[in-house]
Design a protein around this ligand. Structure first.
Ligand code: PAF
Length: 278
């Protein structure tokens, strides 16, 4: 397994793979890798010949400076974690490799999809994600790119960008990986104490409770009851919303065929998100 620190050296490696007719998969990450990332890499390895894993903590998607500073960074550990596999190429660039001086990015119009749910609480977050993902896509030029559904809204928005920019890249959405307890795997979990991890289970419990509520109540009433249940725990809720999977619009009176419940909450000093299709 090789590690590339510059766009130029990575491009040379990718070109030689392409010259051998190899298909390229891409798993963009911000590092602090866990089993959830590994599942994306394994899925990619089962579908393409060569997998590029990028490790880059992207400043433009953090609206909170302290959050960016506290984001865990552990490149050497991440490289070891990915193991020895010659089909995996790691890209660990500096800021200037991803955002060169002549870089420009025009805000992508998303008809408010980037301003609701996560976007409401993290202004500018999704345009920052789109900016870095667009730049990384231009560097890697993969056939397929793999994203986890824990960041459900991110997946919806990235698919929109790929359609809008007509990138010939298939976006593969992969299920959320959970600890045995049900806690969604996240690099942020590293900042939770064991006690906080226990308290954070209220998120998954509420999501499951919503499945039951769906059988009896309209979305609006189910949401009200789910919030009451959530508030019996110790976390501070930012939002709990039931939305249509495609439009991300809130459901009030009627359930649609595919609906998802999304939760964001703060546990200690750590902001956690999770969702479940109900
Ligand atoms: O999901 C993430 O880890 C990040 O948002 C991504 C896609 C790697 C962009 O920085």
């Amino acid at each position: 397994m090789s590690v590339y620190y510059t766009t130029q050296t990575l491009r040379i490696a990718i070109e030689s793979e392409k010259a051998l007719n190899k298909s390229i998969g891409f798993v963009p990450t911000m590092g602090a890798l866990h089993e959830g990332h590994l599942a994306l890499v394994k899925k990619a390895l089962s579908e393409v010949d060569t997998v590029i894993v990028s490790i880059f903590v992207n400043p433009t998607q953090f609206n909170n400076k302290a959050d960016l500073e506290k984001y865990p960074r552990m490149l050497n550990k991440d490289i070891d974690f990915l193991g020895k596999n010659e089909k995996i190429l790691i890209f660990a660039p500096e800021y200037s490799e991803v955002y060169p001086k002549d870089d420009s990015f025009v805000k992508i119009e998303l008809n408010n999809l980037d301003e609701i749910l996560e976007g409401k609480y993290r202004p500018g977050h999704f345009q920052g994600v789109l900016h870095v993902v667009r730049n990384l896509f231009q560097i890697v030029q993969p056939n397929k790119a793999y994203f986890g559904l824990k960041d459900f809204q991110q997946v919806v928005i990235i698919k929109k960008m790929v359609d809008f920019l007509k990138f010939p890249i298939e976006i593969v959405a992969c299920p959320t990986l959970r600890e045995k307890s049900g806690l969604a795997m996240s690099s942020r979990n590293l900042r939770l104490t064991d006690n906080q991890k226990n308290e954070a289970l209220i998120i998954f419990q509420t999501l499951n409770y919503l499945k039951e509520l769906k059988l009896k109540y309209a979305p609006q009433e189910a949401k009200k009851r789910a919030i009451e249940y959530f508030n019996s725990g110790f976390l501070s809720l930012e939002y709990l919303e039931i939305v249509d999977d495609t439009s991300l619009q809130k459901l009030d009176e009627f359930w649609t065929k595919n609906s998802t419940c999304c939760i964001a909450a703060v546990c200690g000093e750590v902001r956690l998100i999770d969702n479940i299709q109900i």
